[in-house]
Design a protein. Sequence first.
Length: 195
Amino acid sequence: MDIIMCGVGGQGTVLASRVIGETAIKQGYEVRTSEIIGMAQREGPVVSQVRIGTELHGPLIPDAAADYLVGFELAEAVRNLDKLNGKGRALVNTHMVVPPTVYLGISQYPDKQLTDFLKEQISGLVLINANELAAQAGSTKAISAVMLGAFVALCPDIDGTGLLEELLTRLPQRVQEINTRAFKLGKDFVEGETR
């Protein structure tokens, strides 16, 4: 199973990919990962590649080979769409991280066109506003928990209970309850969408 996870710095993309990888290792799979982090620590492009299986030879996923695309940010999901295979599933956060040039009026963020493009290209697409669900859980910083919960609902091969436990071991005690709620909200949302 090959998973592309993409977003921008500060959203928890790298944390989420490491949690998935570690959970898969505990399930007995081999795991290979690769991360590309943009020059800006906050809001720079971030891409994590997670390969799970047996007899894996390298961490990089070839173009058109990923089984899952997990997009933490709309434009970054479109930018990495070439990695998804024809039958792949995509989970995309509809919340936009708008570049400074948009605020300055120099450029525009074509969110409707990006969303329409994803709908045209991917039959197995689930759109989710992870930021909104994280806020409902108690903190907009819990985006990665929402996305992980949503991913578990899409991917039955990953142990959901183990994934949540792995996430919580990486978080301070004071935010574990919020992240548990966020995980459940993401999972419940996707289960409702895919019924």
